[in-house]
Design a protein around this ligand. Structure first.
Ligand code: ZN
Length: 492
């Protein structure tokens, strides 16, 4: 039998490689795998995950972590983070993890059929089981102040239900009247298309290159659901999909390249340590959203890119940078989260957070979920849900058992605005640089304050240091009020 690696770094290198192999198989599945490969890929991924879980929970790793903590220095800082992963892997019984995987395997096809036929009853028993299992996971951490806190830990270490309730209440109080005020104003005309896929791809690759996409270390492919994946920090892959009616394909590329830049910018000293990637889903989403929205939907950005866009899309002839900016910032309440604009997006997330917390607390029964969803959509966005396919069946997350994931989308918006405000303070020439097509100052700022830390700083620490204060929805509200106030001529 081969001997096990002996040092902490050997162990972490092995864990990191198992994760990278899983990412590679996952990327292949979403991009180039022939349909018949699904079953085989599922087995490969399950094996890699089982091996990684065993290696992470191994008592031998626990001893090496103990020794590294005693030794101090950088290894102690690394050990602090890995210790948490190790404890979590140890405390959730293997049988519970396997039961979640089995439940998910059955829930996914049931969810697809239920969504196709707008038939919640077909999905209901699967969701009931997933909620039960989520509560069983939470019960493994009795010290958590709220059972939902234990679930959040998987996606957003350090976030708490109490803190999210406060932040989201402030967001709701600012966003609901803003969306109402915008709805009372005439909507800007949409961009005149078409936007042929080939031309959109050319523009997207040029923009991506300006952001930092470099063909030596990156690639771009098509996928049904766009995503970014880094196999290693020097092998980053993004995917996109194209819609010839609008420029959503370009903005999706900016979003995914934003995720990719985060992964590519981690300090090389953290590579192969399990700390060499983004720290949380929320901080990750702050990076993608900042490039997609604060940059890609800004006037300075379009001052530089609109001549090129007009060259590539003859239908834009005669439109100014201001026209493009206006058309890319239409606000309109919709039923579907993934299609939501910057002003309404977080409201979709707040709704899911409240319902998830109620399901986990047991104050909402799964059977009552559709009615609760529809009531809240009416209150938050003023729209009627015609059927559950356009309501509580629209997202895959609950079929996956990913309860606690949704809040990270809104945290991404909140943190993106906090970082944007801080970057603008530090870089007074930022607008001029973007208007000259120069993204380097912004990327440099993000590398210094966010990317290089990998998982070394917990999200609350990272936000505190980078933005100069704790999680705060005020910069997001101020940014949206400024932007839409000017675009829609709202009374100030
Ligand atoms: Zn994203």
């Amino acid at each position: 039998m081969a001997s096990s690696p002996e040092t902490l770094h050997d162990r972490l290198g092995e864990l990191s490689d198992l994760g990278a192999a899983g990412a590679l198989v996952g990327w292949d599945r979403e991009t180039v795998m022939p349909p018949g490969g699904a079953e085989g890929h599922g087995e490969i991924l399950a094996t890699l995950e089982r091996l990684a879980h065993e290696r992470l929970a191994d008592p031998g790793l626990g001893r090496l972590l103990e020794a590294a903590t005693q030794a101090g220095g950088q290894d102690a800082a690394i050990a602090r983070v890995v210790r948490r992963d190790h404890d979590r892997a140890t405390r959730i019984p293997a049988e519970l993890t396997a039961e979640i995987a089995r439940t998910t395997a059955a829930a996914l096809p049931a969810w697809m059929e239920a969504r196709r036929d707008a038939d919640f009853a077909r999905f209901r028993p699967h969701l009931e089981r997933q909620v039960e299992l989520a509560r069983a996971v939470a019960a493994c951490f009795p010290e958590a102040a709220h059972p939902y806190d234990a679930l959040l830990e998987d996606y957003e270490p350090g976030a708490t239900t109490a803190q999210l309730r406060t932040v989201f209440a402030q967001l709701e109080a600012g966003l609901v009247p803003l969306v109402e005020a915008i709805a009372a104003r005439p909507a800007p005309a949409p961009l005149p298309g078409p936007f042929p896929e080939a031309a959109q791809r050319v523009l997207a690759l040029e923009v991506a290159a300006a952001m930092g996409f470099d063909a030596e270390h990156w690639r771009m492919d098509d996928a049904v659901h766009p995503f970014a994946s880094s196999i290693t920090p020097s092998d980053v892959r993004v995917t996109s999909r194209w819609d010839e009616q609008d420029l959503s394909g370009l903005l999706a590329v900016m979003h995914e390249v934003g995720h990719g830049l985060y992964e590519a910018g981690v300090d090389p000293a953290l590579a192969r340590t399990t700390l060499g990637s983004g720290v949380s889903m929320g901080i990750h989403e702050s990076q993608s959203r900042l490039w997609e929205n604060q940059v890609g939907r800004s006037l300075p950005f379009w001052r530089h890119w609109h001549p090129r866009a007009r060259e590539l899309f003859p239908s834009l002839a005669g439109l100014s940078a201001e026209d493009l900016h206006r058309a890319l910032n239409v606000v309109h309440p919709t039923l579907i989260r993934v299609e939501a604009d910057e002003a309404t997006y977080s409201l979709h997330v707040i709704l899911r957070f409240e319902l998830e917390v109620a399901l986990v607390e047991g104050t909402l029964a799964v059977a009552d979920l559709p009615a609760a969803w529809n009531d809240r959509m009416r209150e938050l966005l003023g729209i009627e849900v015609p059927d559950d396919a356009h309501g509580c069946l629209q997202d895959v997350h609950w079929a996956h058992g990913s309860i606690g994931y949704f809040p990270t989308y809104a945290l991404g918006n909140v943190v993106a605005a906090q970082l944007w405000e801080a970057a603008r303070r530090d870089l007074p020439g930022l607008d001029d640089a973007l208007a000259a097509g120069d993204c380097a100052p912004l990327l440099g700022w993000l590398r210094e304050h966010v990317h290089r830390h990998g998982r070394l700083l917990d999200p609350p620490d990272l936000v505190e240091r980078a933005a100069g204060g704790p999680l705060d929805p005020a910069p997001l509200l101020a940014y949206l009020e400024d932007k839409y106030g000017a675009l829609y001529g709202l009374p100030r």
